[in-house]
Every structure is written in C-alpha cells, then in structure tokens.
Design a protein around this ligand. Structure first.
Ligand code: NM2
Ligand code: OGA
Ligand code: ZN
Ligand code: ZN
Length: 457
C-alpha cells in the first residue's frame, strides 16, 4: 500500500522516548559528496536528549536538555507527501527530497560505485513515478530507510542527506562575488599576496585564488628571480595548463619570435590564446628582469567595460556579443614539436544563458582574416571593435604600472585584458627584460578551492 498524502511515519513511535543524541554523529561535509566521519556522543549514556510524542503520533515536540548544534545532526521528523519525503532536522531546518531524486541517488552498492563515487543506476532503469511503499527512520543509525515501489530498498544517512539542498547551491564557489574595477584600482590597491605565504599556508592560497575570482587581478610578490618559481606557484594550485607555447614560457625579445609577445613591440590590451576553444583561465607573468627602456604593464577590467558599454551603447554591445570573430595561430608546437594550426570563432563578449557577461576574448594581433558577416556588415564589426578598444583605454578604465622584479601579475585571462608598452633592448645589454609566464585553468582553481574549503570548515 502506498503511503497517503500527509500520513506520518509511525516508526518514530518505536523509540520516541529516548533516541540517539543528536551529537552522537559528527558530520564533515565536503562539497558535494559528503564523506561521513562518525564520533561517539561526548555526553555518554546519560545523554538527556529526548523526543516526546504528543497526540496520536502525528505531532512531535522536542525536549532538549542541551541546545542542538547549529548544524543539524539528527532527524526529528519525517513524513511523506505527494512527491517528496519531508524531513525536519534537530536544528529545525526542513528539507524535502523528491521521490525520483532519492531513488536516483540511492547510495547502495547496486546503484552507486563505492570506489569511483559515481552512479551505477541507469536512466533506463529509473522510474520517474517511483514511490515509497514504506519509509522509516532508523534512529540508531540516523538514517531513513525507504522501500520503493520498484522493489528496491534504499538507506540514506542523515549525514549525507542533510547537506543536500535541492533549491540552492552548496558549492562554496557560488558564494564568491565579482567586483568590477576601473582606474581607481591603483597599483597599491591591487590585492597582493606573498609567494611564501601561499606556499606554506593553504588559507593564504585560498585567499589569493578567491581574490583572483573577485577582481580578476592580483599580485604575488617575494618570487625572487628563480624562473622555476612560477611553476612552483602554479603547481601549488594544480598542474599548469599546457599550450602550444609550452607548460610555461619565456617572454623576452627574441631574434626569431614566433609571437609578438616575444618582441619589443607594444602589445595593445588583449586576452591570450583566443584561438583555443577553451582559452587559458588565468595567466601569471613573473617579472624576473624589468626594463629601463619601456615595457610597462597595462590592465583593464573587461567585465566593467562591457557592462558600461551595454548601458551606453546597446547596439555596439549587441554586435560584440553576437557576431563571432575568428582568431588564428600557427607554428611549431612547443611540446609535441609538430606543426599546429589553431583557430576558433567566438564573440568578443560572451554571455551566459541568463544574458549576463561571462567572458571576454579580444586580441588584435591574432584576429583572423576571415569574417563571416557578409561584405555589407564588415564596417559595422570594425566600428564595434574600435569602440570596445577605445573604451578599454578610457582614463576611467585603464591602469598602468611597471611590474617590479620578484613580482608576478596574476589575472583572469577571460575577463581582464593586459598589454604592455614597447621596449627596447640596447645592444650588448646583459640583463634584457624577462618575464616568465604560465597558465592555469579555472576548473582546476575552483576544484582546489573546494578542497581547501572542506578542510577549513
Ligand atoms: N604567449 C605569451 O595570444 C597570444 O598570442 C598572446 C601568448 C606567446 C604564450 C601571447
Ligand atoms: C604575453 C604578454 C606582456 C608583457 O606574454 O602574453 O602579454 O608585459 N606579455 O610582456
Ligand atoms: Zn540502491
Ligand atoms: Zn598576453
């Protein structure tokens, strides 16, 4: 017999006078796959926590001799309605779990592989109309046991269930905000972190990465002049992102440059490697040797510039966010030592599904020759590109400063545009300008941050 709407589960009556202390189970809640750590109740067998039954098993009130933790550690109540199992935890939070979701996420070894932590249950097996025939609380194990209409039996522990919110995200990354900036972000205001702190302390590492998320720009100092330190810094997060320019790269004026970055030419504001479908997320440029003869760094927040443009010139914004531009590069692949020819088409301003600004790709020196808009529209594209370019250089948007030796500029390569003024290398110069560069991907950064956030909880 299927349980009717609002019928309460009678199992609570079985042990209603004395249940397991809510503190008997300590929960760690790494996102998003809770690993369970159990701990015995600190208050031993005399624990006074009780649930008392009131009325005919339809309502319960609690008598708690010591206040519950503000994190739920036990289930107080459970009932089944049309589509969900409704739980009330001992911190008075409520949660509803749809039947189909519970069945889909059964954690038994038939449905879920314990080693890979991945789902075994097949969509073809899942009945979206599945219903519980019986659901009960197992107080000693603090779990819900459900017997399903498809004859399966599932058990869900409170430790696992209580951290799952189906209405809002549990991901710590979703709690981070973005803050747009303009030229008020003078060099002394750029969030700055010490290489040594980042290497020795995970909370400094987290703060650095969180700040990169928020502002898209930070400085790491104390790097000295060791050209391997940039790799050490990247590896503190993850493996660096390999590209056709290598695992890391030397930015020096070079007699046989395979990129304009490896000359002394001015580099107008740009994002790197837009000819990859998946552009590197973050770039780090470590100044090993600065130049007396130019080579100052420039930055602008592409999100702010795009946001202002959307308000001030919606037509140009529309062109920049809808028309795909080609980006190309070719040469000898630094790692595979084979010829490469990379090409991708994308709009300068990429919007997400909600129409919000998600990504900027802008690079004049690797912009392709081909255009897909038809001859009549070509001038419109050039006008839009020029408007975006001059908006980046407006006084209110541009910051410019000389990176000091031992400092690294770190920036979101899909948001913040970077450039440099021209520089020269005088004949016979023994200490030419030298930056060491590396890329890291956002997926890896967020993954590392989640891991640290779990540990710091
Ligand atoms: N480098 C520095 O997108 C670009 O071509 C920018 C990239 C050569 C790896 C330069
Ligand atoms: C680069 C770059 C800036 C600089 O290497 O991608 O933009 O200051 N370099 O040399
Ligand atoms: Zn199962
Ligand atoms: Zn660059």
């Amino acid at each position: 017999m299927l349980l009717q709407r609002s019928s309460y589960i009678n199992i609570l009556l079985r042990r209603c006078s004395l249940i397991t202390c809510p503190e008997a189970v300590e929960i760690r809640r790494p996102w998003p796959w809770p690993r369970v750590i159990r701990r015995n109740c600190r208050r031993s067998t005399q624990c006074p926590t009780k649930l008392q039954r009131v009325g005919l098993g339809l309502r319960y009130s609690s008598t708690i001799a010591h206040p519950p933790n503000n994190k739920a550690t036990a289930i107080y109540q459970q009932h089944v309605d049309d589509d969900t199992i409704h739980l009330i935890y001992n911190d008075y939070t409520e949660a509803r779990y749809p039947f189909v979701w519970l069945r889909d996420n059964c954690q038994c070894s038939e449905c879920h592989d314990k080693t890979s932590l991945q789902r075994l249950l097949l969509l073809e097996t899942l009945d979206i109309d599945v219903k519980p025939i019986k659901a009960e609380i197992d107080f000693s194990h603090q779990s819900i046991i459900v017997h399903w209409s498809d004859k399966h039996r599932s058990e869900y522990s409170v430790n696992w269930l209580k951290n799952i919110r189906l209405t809002s995200s549990m991901d710590p990354i979703d709690g981070l905000v973005s803050k747009y900036w303009g030229s008020e972000m003078t060099v002394d205001k750029i969030p700055t972190f010490s290489f040594h702190d980042i290497m020795s302390d995970e909370s400094s590492l987290y703060s650095w990465l969180a700040s990169l998320h928020t502002y898209g720009l930070s400085i790491v100092n104390d790097l000295g002049d060791d050209d391997k330190n940039i790799t050490r810094l990247a590896k503190r997060v993850t493996n660096p992102r390999m590209t056709c320019y290598g695992n890391d790269f030397v930015v020096k004026s070079n007699p046989e440059p395979n990129n304009l970055a490896y000359t002394g030419y001015r580099l107008p504001l740009h994002t790197d490697l837009p000819f990859y479908q998946h552009e590197p997320g973050v770039q780090i440029l470590h100044c090993i040797r600065k130049s007396e003869y130019g080579g100052k760094s420039e930055f602008a927040d592409g999100f702010k510039v795009a946001y202002d443009l959307q308000k001030e010139d919606p037509e140009t914004f529309d062109t920049l966010s809808t028309v795909a531009i080609s980006f190309i590069d070719q040469g000898l692949h630094e790692i595979s030592k084979t010829d490469y020819a990379l090409c991708d088409w994308k709009p300068i301003i990429r919007l997400n599904r909600k129409g919000q600004i998600q990504q900027i790709n802008f690079n004049n020196h690797v912009r392709g020759i081909e255009m897909s808009v038809g001859t009549d529209n070509i001038k419109k594209i050039y006008r839009a590109l020029k408007i975006f370019n001059s908006a980046l250089y407006k006084e209110e948007n541009l910051i410019s400063f000389a990176l000091q030796e031992g400092e690294a500029a770190c920036f979101n390569n899909t948001r913040v545009l970077h450039g440099r003024s021209a520089f020269t290398v005088p004949p016979g110069c023994q200490t030419p300008r030298h930056l060491q560069g590396i890329y890291i991907d956002w997926d890896e950064i967020y993954s590392r941050m989640r891991g640290i956030a779990d540990k710091l909880k």
